[in-house]
Design a protein around this ligand. Sequence first.
Ligand code: NAD
Ligand code: ZN
Length: 243
Amino acid sequence: MDRRLQDILKKSSSVVFFGGAGVSTESGIPDFRSEKGLYKARQEYGYPPEEILSRTFFDRHTEIFFDYYKKNLIYLNAQPNKAHRALAMLEKNGLLKAVITQNIDGLHQKAGSRKVYELHGSVLRNYCMDCGKFYDTAYIMDEANCRGGIPRCRECGGIVKPDVVLYEESLDTSCLTGAVEAIERAETLIIGGTSLAVYPAAGLISYFRGNNLVLINKEPTPYDSRADLVINDYIGKVMEINE
Ligand code: NAD
Ligand code: ZN
């Protein structure tokens, strides 16, 4: 682990981590905004990803939505990386109180983290829009359960929608409240792998009143000047804990 980060953790009694897509790039899942990210690989559909991933688009062009979604957002074989594992270990040691993530890949839980606020939901959960029955991702990926690529409920034939927050949709209130409370109580807040461009998630920082704000990101963010420690590097390398 980076020595400066280690020093801060040593004098902290409670730490919260808030992360974004950059936390999972070292697991092979592209982020949205850096060079290799999804925002560059979009021409094929004729719509920008923000539009495809909006609720209006989902309702109007459900088939195209699912085609894009299944090809670009599902990485069922991805494994947690050094950053996910370090965070799970810090929680186990009692220092880390919560992980708040904008990611939808479920990798924090896969690494062993227990207290995880998934602000944007999870690709691992899906539910029938009519009867509410839950399905796993293998179900929606199986063409046998789809009509025209759109997954359908086994019980009632309703559309099975991923439990992810689309653009235009609001965040889950209890998840947001939990995240705000965790940040308010933290002595140290580590923000990592996020461009801090997506609201309201980015606004969460304003609830922090602790002592140490740490920013770990490959490239500068608009909040760098507010931080006590800025590390512009790969987060897996920065956070790695040697077991
Ligand atoms: P973003 O794509 O806007 O920003 C990612 C940031 O991480 C960039 O600034 C990039 O420079 C940095 N980064 C990339 N790899 C890094 C690494 N290895 N170490 C350190 N920094 C690294 O992502 P965001 O701010 O999280 O917002 C994007 C939105 O897209 C979120 O709402 C999220 O739900 C969604 N998304 C999720 C996933 C996922 O679940 N893994 C992947 C892509 C997008
Ligand atoms: Zn149903």
